[in-house]
Design a protein around this ligand. Structure first.
Ligand SMILES: [Fe+2]
Ligand SMILES: [Fe+2]
Length: 344
């Protein structure tokens, strides 16, 4: 059979198969799979000044009576822009709640977390537990936990929202329900639960729900780690993972949160892994080399290190630690036995 006749017969076969909802492997154009995981997610940095300006402008025109949430989402230029998130698995957004406002109670299958950036005294209620927010606090709203946000303080409140929304969406599992009232009744405070939790661990009592990591506890533990000098990771400096105290496992089923300190002038070694990590600069200034590109960052900026991209971090200050908060999809990959990392 000559080349032309063969091409015609393949085209005819493709057409007939398509009419029967069939398709040949040859149509994929993949005669060999890549030697390492590939992603269209691009390394990207978002400046805090741009995020803040957008939030404040949204504060003037978006109200919480018409809109479920006032949230500005970070969009990765490598993903489809209309519905894109910062990565293919994890979404990062910033939420702005003005004094006197309440974001109504709901729950959904995507798990969410809040890392408080600015303001003091607003609160998130999670399953009846009031979590009063201060900068650096981490508050979890695991899948299907009721949550609403209220700001009864005198200043606007801004926090980072992290969700496994893209991952849950990829599995076609997204759903949401509204609570019967705009706000949930408050049954207890997260401080009471933290006190109770400590006692429960000591005395073997049933553990209460735990959603709230206070920055004062995180900072104290991180300082102790830095002063020990023994726990320094060659790739991440002094890294503290937020463990789920109820399971001892990752922060949430799909997400691992961490906070890390890079000492003044410190530069980490380069590595890469199959997990994708979103960073938010809590304090300090530095630079991260991701593949061939260098991203300079300062307090409030956020950036993405896509999977299998070599990266290393540097603190550009000669006097102060840099502190990064991060969210990684590593627990989801580990559950599927797809996690891998290597130096270099
Ligand atoms: Fe929500
Ligand atoms: Fe890394």
């Amino acid at each position: 059979m000559n080349r032309m006749a063969r091409t015609n017969r393949i085209a005819l076969l493709d057409r007939d198969m398509a009419a029967k909802n069939l398709s040949g492997y040859w149509r994929l154009g993949m005669e060999g799979l890549p030697p390492h995981p590939m992603t269209s997610v691009e390394p990207c940095l978002w400046k805090w000044t741009d995020v803040l300006e957008s939030l404040v402008r949204a504060g003037d025109v978006i109200n919480l009576e018409d809109s479920e949430r006032r949230v500005v989402r970070l969009v990765n230029p490598g993903l489809n822009r209309q519905h894109a998130f910062a990565t293919h698995t994890v979404q990062i957004s910033f939420q702005y709640v003005k004094p006197g406002e309440n974001a109504r109670a709901h729950r959904h299958t995507p798990s969410a977390l809040r890392f408080v950036v600015q303001g003091n005294g607003a609160y998130t209620t999670v399953n009846g537990q009031q979590c009063v927010m201060e900068p650096g606090d981490l508050i979890l709203t695991p899948k299907l936990s009721w949550h609403d946000h209220s700001n009864e303080s005198l200043e606007p409140m801004i926090w980072l929202d992290g969700l496994d929304f893209p991952l849950v969406q990829g599995l076609h599992q997204v759903m949401q329900e509204r609570y019967s009232e705009r706000r949930q009744p408050i049954e207890k405070s997260s401080v009471e639960v933290m006190n109770q939790l400590g006692g429960s661990i000591r005395h073997g009592l049933p553990l209460a729900d735990f959603f709230h990591y206070k920055w004062r506890d995180t900072e104290r533990t991180l300082r102790a780690l830095v002063q020990s000098c023994a726990g320094k990771d060659p790739f991440d400096g002094y890294l503290l993972e937020y463990r789920n105290p109820l399971s001892g496992g990752p922060t949430m089923t799909t997400l691992q949160c961490a906070v890390q300190a890079l000492p003044p002038n410190d530069e980490s070694e380069s590595h890469r892994h199959t997990s994708t990590v979103i960073y938010h600069v809590f304090r300090g200034q530095g630079a991260t080399q991701i593949g061939e590109r260098r991203f300079d960052w300062e307090q409030g900026d956020s950036f993405v290190v896509p999977l299998w991209h070599a990266h290393r971090h540097r603190n550009r200050s000669s006097s102060d630690d840099a502190i990064l908060f991060s969210m990684s999809d590593a627990p989801a990959l580990k559950a599927l036995d797809l996690y891998r990392e290597e130096a270099g």
